[in-house]
Design a protein around this ligand. Structure first.
Ligand code: TGC
Ligand code: FAD
Length: 392
């Protein structure tokens, strides 16, 4: 792969909206991606291997629990810093951001928010340091967009719970030490359970043959009469709103992360357009190529403003789930469109692993699907503005 020459676009001087701490956090993540991710990520993606060597670095830049309080090992940062870290690591690869999103927002967040003090003390510091990696089991073979229909269930056996069922498409599953699993009790109420590797009847087969997120490990979580200790139930929230609350946090991170992937594609295409000569001119001099670049930077700038404003509202605690859906949907779609246009601008080189664009483009096909598909987020906005529910 070519050397990482990335320069971040900031067309509207949005750095002026950031504090010194935001910039320090962002620049540390940016440096780390250039030094430790860019040199290895193409090879990892080609081999379809999660590069475990980056776990320590992710922990060091605060990507595991950026907003979790320091007393639990988190970085104690605000929502804008969290977003900026996600932006920088997805600039490197969406799969790397996925690993951090799952660990932070889908594993540490529910333990912090819905767990008791013993659970927080037991799990959060190890997850923050990367000593333990986590996964989040909501999706099932027959229940993806409609998680409320899940059939994974547990029975109260007196001194333990007996868990049965299966989850699929689970990021980090093949190597996770702990899984936050959503299952129904005998009354059909959804609860979160912490399942640990080594519990009898718990297995995590890897899903192969992915053309997307190849540097992220994806797999199943299978529960065959798993005895889960009663102290592993998350006691402080139940119902579908509990996992969906975690998704709010992860979707917010994705709204920022997608900007990173888009910035990398734009920056690569811009540089290429000045260097590649056809018909005696740099291709960037042709109006058709300028149109693509002008639209890319316009859409990136709009997405940056959306994410920043959402971060301010998240920090105040006023952002609604529907507002988060709008940003996730818009920014991922924006990134995917930019990746496709940037790939075209590189001609044949656009399909080569010499450049990052095709990898981003393929990754974004997962990002536009997980954490709620493009269509599902549109229907959430539709419900919010009309008051009429297309899901019922
Ligand atoms: P509905 O009846 O609307 O809601 C059920 C209960 O949940 C509450 N609620 C929320 N709470 C918190 N945050 C949200 N975003 C919420 N949305 C809804 C709601 O108020 C209600 O509460 P209550 O107290 O009245 O019971 O539920 P529904 O069954 O009609 O479904 C609605 C729908 C379709 C929007 C929802 O289920 C949905 O978002 N589906 C998409 C599924 C999804 O996003 N799955 C993601 C799996 S995890 C993943 O993809 C990780 S990828 C990680 C990576 O690698 O980065
Ligand atoms: P389906 O729900 O079957 O949807 C198929 C199509 O139908 C979509 O286009 C959808 O938009 C459309 N559709 C569905 N319902 C409606 C409707 N009411 N109206 C209109 N259109 C509709 N899940 C986890 O729990 N944890 C993870 O860590 C995780 N990681 C993932 C990693 C990867 C790489 C991928 C690809 C997925 C991951 N997922 C994870 C699962 C992901 O969240 C689901 O794939 C996603 O929610 C969509 O579910 P589905 O694939 O079953 O599609």
């Amino acid at each position: 792969m070519k050397p990482d020459l990335f320069e971040a676009p900031d067309y509207y001087n949005l750095d002026e909206l950031l504090t010194e701490e935001h910039k320090l956090v962002r620049d540390a993540a940016r440096e780390w991606v250039k030094r430790d991710v860019s040199p290895i990520i193409e090879d990892a993606a080609q081999k379809a291997e999660f590069p475990k060597s980056i776990i320590g670095g992710l922990a060091e830049i605060g990507a595991f629990g950026p907003y979790i309080p320091e007393e639990y090992g988190g970085a104690g940062l605000d929502q804008i810093s969290y977003g900026l870290i996600m932006q920088e690591i997805e600039r490197g690869d969406s799969g790397v951001r996925s690993t951090a999103s799952v660990q932070s927002s889908l594993v540490m967040y529910p333990i912090w928010k819905y767990g008791n003090e013993e659970q927080r003390q037991k799990y959060l510091p190890k997850l923050a340091s990367g000593e333990w990696m986590g996964s989040f089991g909501l999706t099932e073979p027959d229940h993806g967009s409609n998680p409320g229909g899940m059939t994974t269930n547990y029975k109260d056996m007196g001194d333990h719970y007996l868990l049965n069922g299966a989850k699929m498409w689970i990021s980090n599953s093949p190597f996770c030490q702990v899984a936050v699993v959503w299952a129904k009790n005998e009354e059909g109420r959804i609860h979160g359970l912490i399942v640990e590797r080594g519990m009898e009847g718990f297995s995590t087969p890897e899903t192969h043959n992915k053309w997307s997120l190849r540097a992220s490990a994806t797999g199943e979580l299978i529960f065959d009469n798993v005895k889960v200790p009663k102290e592993n139930l998350l006691p402080n929230k139940s119902g579908l709103g509990a996992p969906l609350g975690c998704l709010d946090s992860a979707r917010y991170g994705i709204a920022w992360g997608a900007i990173g992937a888009a910035m990398d594609c734009y920056d690569t295409a811009l540089r290429y357009s000045k260097e590649r000569i056809q018909f005696g001119k740099p291709i960037g001099q042709f109006q058709l190529q300028q149109k693509k670049l002008a639209e890319m930077i316009t859409e990136i700038t709009k997405a940056q403003l959306l994410a920043w404003r959402l971060g301010v509202m998240r920090e105040k605690g006023t952002a609604t789930s529907a507002q988060i859906s709008m940003a996730k949907r818009n920014n991922v779609d924006m990134a995917l469109t930019i990746a496709r246009d940037a790939r075209q601008m590189l001609g044949g080189m656009g399909i080569s692993g010499e450049y990052s664009i095709m990898r981003h483009m393929m990754n974004l096909e997962s990002v536009v699907t997980y954490e709620g598909t493009h269509d599902i987020h549109l229907l959430i906005t539709g419900l919010d503005v009309t008051g009429l529910n297309a899901f019922k």
